[in-house]
Ligand binder design. Structure first.
Ligand code: ADP
Ligand code: 5GP
Length: 207
């Protein structure tokens, strides 16, 4: 018997500036933990190497708007000129099955999730510096120079919402950042989420 076992999974929300390394950290977490990623839906075009249903569900704007009308999103937002959203049902199903879920979403989306799901754990991934962020976005080679400038311009605005988050992790050295996020997941599973009465009755049942 585990007297503090909880049956519902936990929702972890990872956000932060574009290029800070959210995707890279998520990939490592998926490989090293039991966390499951929520696959978002987007109206942006796939990049080279991205796979339908793994990276994103790539849909038309019409299909995205239909899903909004059907209340099919936990949250959605327009980010850098495209729509992105978290399909609601798969997240609810995973959490009820006891699986931890990770959302890798922008700051606007994170704030909407916080309104509806305050029990979520909100983690902000920071780049070590603006110059390193520029270097990473340029090095990734997936955006035009103009798109990179737009993403860098948004960064300082995004930083102003840091106080809405529970944790921030600077992604300097990748392994250290991943270890810190894993430590947060472990710590969150050690929270006191039950009353004294519940705890005592569980120990009594077993005695
Ligand atoms: P995001 O998902 O936040 O937009 P990515 O995960 O795509 O960012 O990372 C942006 C770029 O920076 C990628 O080319 C990635 O390989 C690189 N990168 C990520 N983390 C690190 C790190 N700790 N050190 C150096 N480069 C990194
Ligand atoms: P990218 O186009 O680089 O894959 O993602 C651009 C931004 O959209 C990133 O900040 C990413 O976290 C965010 N994003 C991805 N999926 C979602 C989502 O489902 N909802 C919201 N709000 N943002 C998302």
């Amino acid at each position: 018997m585990n007297p503090v076992e909880k049956h519902a999974g936990k929702l972890f929300i990872l956000s932060g500036p574009s290029g800070a390394g959210k995707g890279t950290i998520c990939k490592a977490l998926l490989a090293e933990t039991d966390l499951e990623l929520s696959v978002s839906m987007t109206t942006r075009n796939p990049r080279a190497g991205e796979t339908e249903g793994e990276s994103y569900y790539f849909v038309s704007k019409e299909e995205f708007l239909r899903k909004i009308d059907a209340s099919g999103f936990l949250e959605y937002a327009e980010v850098y000129g495209n729509f992105y959203g978290t399909p609601k049902q798969p997240v609810i199903d995973k959490l009820s099955a006891g699986t931890d879920v990770i959302l890798e979403i922008d700051m606007q989306g994170a704030l909407k999730v916080k309104e509806n799901y305050p029990d979520g754990v909100f983690i902000f991934i920071l780049p070590p510096s603006m110059s390193e962020l520029r270097k990473r976005l340029t090095g990734r080679g997936t955006e035009t120079a103009e798109a990179i400038e737009m993403r860098l311009g948004e960064t300082l605005k995004e930083l102003s919402y840091i106080d809405k988050y529970d944790y921030c992790v600077v992604n300097g050295q990748l392994e250290e950042a991943v270890a810190r996020v894993k430590a947060i997941v472990t710590a969150e599973h050690s929270r006191v989420t039950f009353t004294a009465e519940e705890l005592i009755s569980r120990y009594k049942e077993e005695a």
